[in-house]
Design a binder for this molecule. Structure first.
Ligand code: CMC
Length: 391
């Protein structure tokens, strides 16, 4: 068929031109719209980063306020969505619930599906930014058996999300600034990462002009897998297993190196970073700070430290450029903040939402063609049909 290039996993294929996120895997550089991730994590806040990713520039005070108001006015989730949520078992994984509910939002907001003008696009964007944190909080509360909560428009975007998550019935909610700061930082660090698996999924699905919510829903499904966002859950489960097994992490290093053993060291390795993951460096420091501030002594942090140290000096890991990635330490912070393990990847999804939106918007405004890769066919070329009685 004339197709000769084969690139499994798209390891060497640029699928689009993009001006959203700059990533230099050799040097460990990550920049959103030109701004370094280190500086944004230190000085900015998540709402500002959302604006930056989606609209290309940091907002003025007025632009930020207006954007926040537009999100707030679109944050109500239809009461009937609660009935769908009610239909799921309490044990349902939040990522499955979130993917389903995000897709269900199309039924309640049919106008958001077909975005023809920039105004339609803006409205759809504000809607998903307003409603998604509510869905994440609801998925959490469902799992915890708590009554569903509503937002408080007097609060900031992240503050409001935290209150919706953690407010307990009949108790006055008090915001812990350490928790607010840590969650804000984590969301910023996860906000975009160029053409990763879930973002590419959002662009591929969106390229057929399926709506924003359907595209985001497929991105959530892609993020769920343990090789991608699901790694943050897998890391903590692995560290717990090692702890339960007596803490002998060297045994797990040996398992990871054994090519006859499918076990991989979760939280290690990255498709693009070949020296270090800059997000992991920031999160490592933040994890230590949060545990200190909250006065938590988590034995899995010692195991994580030991594992990282051995892996970083081991020839197998060094020769393959396998370093701790963003997910290696994020679970430790989430756990310290009281977030249950199955919710970890949902927190990642909340962080990645603006990246998915920015990349989807860019794809639509660039009028990119439908994504439709080809293949190298290796099956039988022609076979004569044999009736079922003769097989
Ligand atoms: N433990 C042990 N060996 C590994 C690991 C690991 N975590 N990761 C890669 N390798 C080995 C792999 O077996 C291969 O060895 P060989 O050349 O001898 O066959 C070599 O390193 C290259 O691996 P690859 O699978 O070809 O690399 P990739 O770019 O396709 O995969 C990855 C990247 C992140 C999926 C992979 O490193 C991995 O599975 N890591 C563990 C899961 C994880 O932490 N994922 C989160 C990634 S960061 C956040 C995100 O993307 O959401």
């Amino acid at each position: 068929s004339g197709i000769t290039t084969l690139d499994p996993g798209f390891k060497n294929t640029s699928s689009c031109k993009s001006a959203v996120t700059f990533l230099d895997g050799e040097k460990g550089i990550l920049r959103y719209r030109g701004y370094s991730i280190e500086e944004l994590a230190d000085k900015s806040d998540f709402l500002e980063v959302i604006y930056l990713l989606i609209f290309g520039d940091l907002p003025t005070k007025k632009e930020k306020q207006q954007f926040h108001r537009d999100i707030q006015t679109k944050s109500l989730v239809d009461e009937d969505v609660k009935k769908i949520l009610d239909g799921f078992p309490k044990s349902a994984h939040p990522m499955g619930v979130l993917s389903a509910l995000t897709s269900a939002l199309t039924a309640f907001n049919p106008k958001s599906v077909d975005v023809r003008s920039e105004k339609d696009m803006y409205n759809a964007i504000c809607k998903i930014l307003g409603k998604f944190p509510v869905l994440v909080a609801w998925a959490y509360r469902k799992e915890e058996g708590l009554p569903l909560a509503y937002g408080d428009n007097s609060l900031g975007y992240v503050e409001n999300f935290i209150k919706m998550m953690f407010e307990l019935p009949n108790e006055k909610f008090v915001m812990n600034p350490v928790v607010l700061d840590a969650i804000d930082k984590l969301l910023i660090l996860h906000a975009d990462h160029e053409q990763n698996c879930s973002t590419s999924t959002v662009r591929v699905v969106g390229s057929s002009h399926a709506g924003l919510f359907a595209s985001i829903s497929s991105g959530i499904s892609a993020l769920w897998g343990p090789l991608h966002g699901g790694a943050n859950q897998a890391v903590i489960e692995m560290l717990e297993d090692i702890k339960a097994d007596g803490g002998d992490y060297k045994k797990y290093i040996a398992k990871a190196k054994d090519k006859n053993d499918p076990f991989r060291l979760m939280g290690f390795g990255h498709r693009v970073y070949k020296n270090f993951d800059p997000r992991a460096n920031i999160i490592k420091v933040a994890a230590e700070e949060v545990l200190n501030d909250l006065g938590i002594d988590d034995p899995v942090l010692d195991i994580a430290r030991g594992l990282a140290q051995v892996a970083l000096s081991d020839e197998y890991f060094k020769s393959r450029n396998l370093y701790p990635n963003v997910d290696f330490y994020s679970g430790i912070i989430y756990r310290a903040l009281g977030i249950p393990v199955p919710m970890f990847t949902a927190m990642f999804a909340l962080g990645r939402l603006p990246g998915w939106i920015a990349q989807w918007k860019e794809m639509r405004l660039n009028k990119e063609p439908i994504s439709r890769p080809r293949q190298l066919y290796i099956g039988a070329t022609e076979r004569a049909y044999v009736g079922i009685d003769k097989r």
